[in-house]
Design a protein around this ligand. Structure first.
Ligand SMILES: C[S@@+](CC[C@H](N)C(=O)[O-])C[C@H]1O[C@@H](n2cnc3c(N)ncnc32)[C@H](O)[C@@H]1O
Length: 345
């Protein structure tokens, strides 16, 4: 079965109206199954080649008949292949679930299937009544505040964000003509993957990674090609951000916050910069029409977890103008994220 084969339909015809309903209905089961095999280290155990399912179970300490059934289901989505001899093979998708391979999405899936995300999404029922993020309904406090008090989940979230962002950081860095010299400051830049890509592609630039202390502590900037060209600072972007940069980046930040908090963040940045300084807001710029766009799903993830949202170009323009910037242009990237270039006025 090819990796692109859709889930076999529970309707009589794969194209009938039942198909999307059952596809969605079974979605959480697939996510839990994938989490289970990740937690039990199955993709890494297959790194050296296919293994009979009994041997895989022995090496992972799992229950062989149950493992076989779970892998057989995941194989319908092209994640693993279980052949007639009951030997389990990696596929291109499950290769990407191995630890430490280029573009690995192991931590992405561990984050998306983490209890915080699952319970946040389950809270959407209440969100539709009140508008309060599902996460706050479930945990009684905002998402980032919860992470601050739970170092293990914070660490796992940082690894997940880093993996999610890492899959296309070089392409995003290549989508903007950075100047030959100057300082790029990535505000709430996570572990610094995008900054690393920008500095790697632009050898004349220096960079500053700014984020909360617990996130900056696990930065990924220690690369000998970048020696002497970066520093880290930690703090709270509602209070102050490092001054003196030539280009500031806010990637996947404004989508975490409501308009009022976005204005607080943007105004903090504006206070730190001279007129003419560029600000790159990197987020999904939602189309205003009904065409499909991955940002429309990410928007509902934001609804479930945080008080934020994805925005359209006119919505970005209004926020930027209110904070003392002007929207210059919106550049596409090979990913679904756009680079909204603004200039401080
Ligand atoms: C969705 S992640 C985006 C990370 C990174 N820019 C990326 O695209 O991968 C949001 C980031 O905001 C940071 N953050 C949240 N609240 C913050 C605050 N008050 N001050 C500074 N950073 C904050 C988090 O630590 C996290 O790294």
């Amino acid at each position: 079965m090819s990796p692109t084969t859709p889930t076999p339909s529970f309707g009589e015809d794969a194209n009938d109206a039942l198909a999307p309903l059952f596809d969605i209905g079974y979605g959480p089961l697939y996510l839990s199954a994938l989490r289970a095999v990740l937690v039990h280290g199955i993709p890494d155990l297959l790194a050296d080649g296919p293994l009979p399912v009994d041997e895989l179970a022995r090496r992972s300490g799992t229950h062989a008949p149950s493992l076989k059934r779970v892998l057989r289901m995941l194989a319908m989505r092209g994640i693993f292949r279980v052949d007639e001899a009951e030997t389990v093979h990696l596929t291109p998708s499950s290769e990407l679930l191995r630890t430490g391979v280029p573009r690995s999405q192991r931590y992405t899936l561990l984050t998306l299937s983490d209890e915080t995300f699952v319970r946040g999404a389950a809270g959407l029922e209440e969100t539709l009544r009140t508008g309060v993020p599902g996460f706050e309904v479930a945990y009684g406090k905002p998402f980032f505040e919860h992470l601050q008090g739970d170092p293990a989940t914070q660490r796992s979230f940082d690894l997940g964000m880093s993996a999610m962002s890492g899959r296309n950081e070089p392409q995003i860095a290549a989508s903007y003509a950075f100047p030959a010299e100057g300082t790029v400051i990535d505000i709430a830049g996570g572990r610094g993957g995008l900054l690393r890509a920008v500095l790697t592609a632009n050898p004349g630039l220096h960079g500053v990674l700014f984020d909360q202390p617990q996130t900056v502590a696990h930065h990924v900037l220690d690369d000998e090609k970048l020696t002497g060209r970066w520093s880290t600072e930690s703090g709270d972007f509602f209070s102050a951000v490092p001054p003196g940069g030539d280009i500031y980046i806010l990637k996947h930040i404004l989508h975490d916050w409501n308009d009022e908090d976005c204005l607080r963040i943007l105004r903090t940045v504006r206070r730190a910069v001279e007129p003419g300084t560029k600000l790159l807001v990197i987020d999904a710029a939602l189309p205003t029409g009904e065409e499909p766009h991955p940002g429309k799903a990410l928007d509902v993830m934001m609804l479930a977890l945080v008080p934020g949202r994805e925005r359209t170009e006119p919505e970005f323009a209004a926020l930027l103008t209110a904070a003392g910037f002007t929207l210059n242009r919106v550049l596409p990237t090979p990913s679904f994220q756009s680079i909204v270039e603004a200039v401080a006025i």
